[in-house]
Design a protein. Sequence first.
Length: 73
Amino acid sequence: MEIREVFARNLKAARRAKGLSQEELAYRAGIDRTYISSLERSVYNASIDVVERLAVVLDVEASDLLKRPPEKK
């Protein structure tokens, strides 16, 4: 799985865990809602600055948004 897909999955999961819509997350992070949608669909790469802004709003470590899931054995 590419890092962009890992980020997309983790971002969506963290957003849902906080009960935020894409629109609310975008507003709080100062980012356009369509950009959030594109990130969650792995359309765009997020800059490290955007990763940090999203992590702050989601109250997670930026590294958590980039963690790969454990490999299945």
